[in-house]
Design a protein around this ligand. Structure first.
Ligand code: PMP
Length: 395
């Protein structure tokens, strides 16, 4: 029997977008209910002054909920800024390289495990007049970024101002399922954009965590920065005020207008996660979803293939895959089978499965708000597609 279109409330689809990404219905429903007149204030949250009491309550609640979710210790500030994770690539550098007592040119260490950490390192290189950028590890091989070299091979600098890495690479799905450990005293800076809040983490191991909200925490527009307070005195003098952690922390992220509505939605999302069992529950669900997908691929007799083969580094968030023997790829690196896969999936209400533009194929992003039911439906679709579309043999 052929699959029929998904039936979800409001005619919504299962949305596998890599970001901006799917949000929980409950969050959107609350936003809808509060849209025209937020709790009797006579205004939409979008229309409020960020200095008003009603909005400051929303903002501080979002901070409090995030602190509770991630068990953020008291010696950290939580900032909601603008500019995206991309702004933070240079932002963290401009905020952190003046190490107290260091007179020589600072060194910053970068661990490159994919496209985003490479971009972060490239951005740091723009500041080569002020610091030396040391690539402590570059995971790229002839096949691309498919595995992460053992940490014992990384060339960390003894006095680096910080070491930067990316927990989950959104494009190629290469991830640290076990987070790396660094020598005592290392200032660890982490781009967690695409697996933020996907599992519990020990915040005290990090100097700075930053993430664009638009994958696992809310809509685009808010950039979340969690910074240890003792690092607030290390900025370059020309670090722009809007992204100066110390200046923003002193004004509780209100030095300029924060992304007010985006922070409100983030707050609703944090409360939603707290209400539904916190990060342990999120992690269990993310493991279950990933298991469904990786097993479907493993049981496909090679019909589907994932890019990252080593389970230690297989992402629970973003999984690029190809239909092997799907015919000749076109200019967008999509084979006829893959084009058909994406088109048929879309018709069934499984949307945004097209692979990243440089990779082609299919990419399944399954952030926190994607349900296990979504993955079960995808599994059925993948199995049906395989049965109906035999491999295309090369002439
Ligand atoms: N880092 C990672 C891991 C990402 O996935 C992205 C966005 N896809 C970015 C950084 C850049 O984020 P933004 O678009 O918010 O600048």
């Amino acid at each position: 029997m052929s699959l029929t279109k998904v039936e979800k409330p409001y005619g919504r689809s299962y949305n596998f977008s890599a970001g901006p990404a799917t949000l929980p219905d409950e969050v959107l429903e609350t936003a809808r209910d509060e849209m025209m007149n937020y709790k009797g204030s006579g205004q939409s949250v979008m229309e409020m002054s960020h200095r008003s009491k009603v909005y400051i309550d929303i903002f501080t609640r979002a901070q409090k909920s995030l602190k509770e979710l991630l068990k953020i210790p008291d010696n950290y500030d939580i900032l909601f800024l603008q500019g995206g994770a991309t702004m933070m690539f240079s932002g963290v550098l401009m905020n952190l390289i003046k190490v107290p007592g260091q007179t020589e040119k600072p060194v910053v260490d970068y661990v490159i495990t994919g496209d985003w950490s490479k971009k972060a390192a490239d951005e740091a290189k723009m500041f080569s007049d002020f610091c030396t950028v040391n690539i402590a590890c570059d995971a790229k091989t002839a096949e691309g970024y498919v595995t992460i070299p053992d940490q014992s091979t990384w060339k960390l600098s003894p006095n680096a101002a910080y070491v930067h890495y990316t927990t989950n690479e959104t494009i190629r799905g290469l991830t640290f399922n076990t987070l790396p450990e660094f020598p005592e005293g290392t200032t660890v800076v982490c781009d967690m954009s695409s697996d933020f809040l996907s599992r519990p983490i020990d915040v005290s191991k990090f100097g700075v965590i930053y993430a664009g909200a638009q994958k696992n925490a809310g809509p685009a527009g808010a950039t979340i920065v969690i910074v240890r307070k003792d690092l607030l005195d290390r900025s370059l003098p020309f670090c722009p005020s809007a992204i100066n952690f110390k200046k923003q922390a002193a004004k509780d992220s209100m030095l300029n207008t924060p992304p007010t509505y985006a922070v409100y939605i983030c707050g609703l999302y944090f409360d939603y996660i707290l209400k539904h069992g916190g990060l342990e529950a999120v992690q269990a669900q993310n493991e279950e979803k990933a298991k469904i997908l990786y097993e479907t691929v493993a049981q496909s007799d090679g019909y589907y293939e994932v890019l990252v083969k080593d389970p230690r580094f297989q992402s629970r968030m973003n999984v690029p895959l190809h239909c092997i023997a799907g015919g000749e790829p076109d200019k967008d690196k999509m084979t006829p089978h893959e084009l058909k896969f994406v088109a048929e999936a879309t018709k069934l209400g499984l949307v945004n499965l097209k692979g990243y533009r440089d990779l082609g194929g299919v990419r399944v992003s399954m952030y926190n708000a994607m349900t296990v039911d979504g993955l079960k439906m995808l599994r059925e679709f993948m199995n049906q597609f395989k049965a109906q579309n035999p491999p295309i043999k090369k002439e």
